[in-house]
Ligand binder design. Structure first.
Ligand code: SOE
Length: 381
């Protein structure tokens, strides 16, 4: 007889969009992947008791609570999954790590470099006690992105010279769209920059294996005031769009664009890398495809090839459907849970670590100060 798989009891703080995506992941990971620990969806937490109870019911959590501090202190919780707005990440994650809980924290890691530094220090000292921390840059776990990383590591596109990345949405292009927490600097830290720009910073650094060294940036807030819930109008205190150029440690030039004003683009992440031996191109609107150009092919037949990333040989895919039956947005979250649970069981640090989250935070801060001062800014290490 094999030993029963030990439970891994999870508390999730926050139950809106990200909470729903994480719940789906905690539910499906053990059903499709052979995990060394068995995630138990123990308690969902929200500020309002009735709404938390309703969310717990709907999303599949055994209990609900409106007191995250009490939950984090419970002996029957092993993992704290932080799905709240950025202004509470540091407090919750640091308290959870101090209480000996493994932490998964939504991106961007924090609202400021100072908070992210404290979180990374807390994670480093928790790691010495066998406690793990991971930041949720989920798109790393889209199979086509994971394949891109693998191909770069194998040297398939050679030395990378150009990195071109954009993350385009349009959900506030209507000037009458309401003033939500994502448009409030106190709550969100920054706007398009931290919310979606953080993803392309992480993705390009992850795929290339290089760091961004310096940036020159411009931020813009196109609509300065919006309707509030009480029928009044309030100031938008974050950027609507961020554009910047940068240099990578490996010598590549980078060009980045993050906006919530790209009408018609709903969740478009495009990344193209041009290297000495070929190119790779990814577009989230066709997320099961990775394009590869191999510069060694004879000119007569050379050209970008569409790799349909649905084969069992591709990262994460074997656990899912037969070839050609693609995956969606939610699968990245499931793969994130799989990697976290495997790392906890193996006693290793799951990537991206809080130190990686801190490094992205430093790039975000450099982008903001470059835009403010109209100068190039280096990213401190
Ligand atoms: C909103 O812009 C948002 O939900 C981001 O916060 C997520 O990180 C991204 O995956 C989808 O868009």
């Amino acid at each position: 007889m094999t030993d029963p798989v030990r439970p891994l009891r999870v508390a999730m703080i926050g139950h809106a969009f990200m909470g729903a995506a994480h719940s789906q992941a905690w539910r499906s990971a053990p059903r499709f992947f052979d995990l060394p620990l068995d995630p138990v969806m123990t308690v969902a937490v929200g500020r309002d008791a009735a709404r938390a109870a309703d969310a717990a019911d709907r999303l599949g959590w055994a209990q609900s609570s409106s007191d995250w501090r009490a939950v984090v202190a419970r002996d029957d919780i092993d993992v704290v999954d932080v799905c709240t707005p950025g202004d509470t990440h540091a407090e919750i994650a640091i308290a959870a790590l101090a209480a000996g809980k493994h932490v998964l924290c939504e991106k961007p890691l924090a609202n400021s470099v100072a908070e992210a530094e404290e979180m990374a220090a807390a994670a480093a000292s928790a790691a010495e006690r066998g406690v793990r921390a991971m930041v949720g840059f989920t798109y790393r776990r889209v199979p086509a992105i994971a394949l891109a990383r693998r191909l770069v590591e194998q040297g398939r596109i050679g030395e990378i010279r150009h990195v071109r990345a954009s993350y385009l949405q349009d959900w506030i292009s209507d000037p009458e769209a309401p003033l939500t927490w994502r448009l409030d600097k106190e709550k969100a830290g920054s706007g398009a920059l931290g919310d979606i720009g953080a993803h392309i910073i992480d993705l390009t650094q992850h795929i290339t294996g290089d760091r961004i060294l310096e940036v020159s940036a411009q931020l813009e807030t196109f609509v300065k005031e919006r309707p509030t819930a009480d029928g009044d109008r309030g100031a938008v205190t974050v950027d609507d769009a961020a554009v910047f150029i940068g240099r990578f440690t490996g010598g590549a030039l980078g060009i980045f664009e993050a906006t919530r004003f790209a009408t018609g683009r709903k969740n478009s992440i495009r990344i193209e890398l041009n290297g000495s031996a070929g190119s790779l191109a990814f577009d989230f609107e066709d997320m099961n495809v990775l394009e590869l150009y191999d510069a060694s092919e004879p000119a007569e037949t050379a050209g970008f090839r569409r790799i349909l990333v649905t084969e069992p040989e591709h990262p994460y895919v074997e656990a899912w459907w037969p070839p050609g039956h693609g995956l969606g947005y939610e699968h990245g979250f499931t793969h994130q849970v799989v990697d976290l649970v495997n790392a906890i069981a193996a006693g290793t640090d799951p990537a991206p670590t809080f130190a990686d989250g801190l490094q992205v935070q430093r790039v975000l801060a450099a982008v903001e100060s470059s835009s403010d001062t109209r100068t190039w800014q280096e990213i401190p290490t």
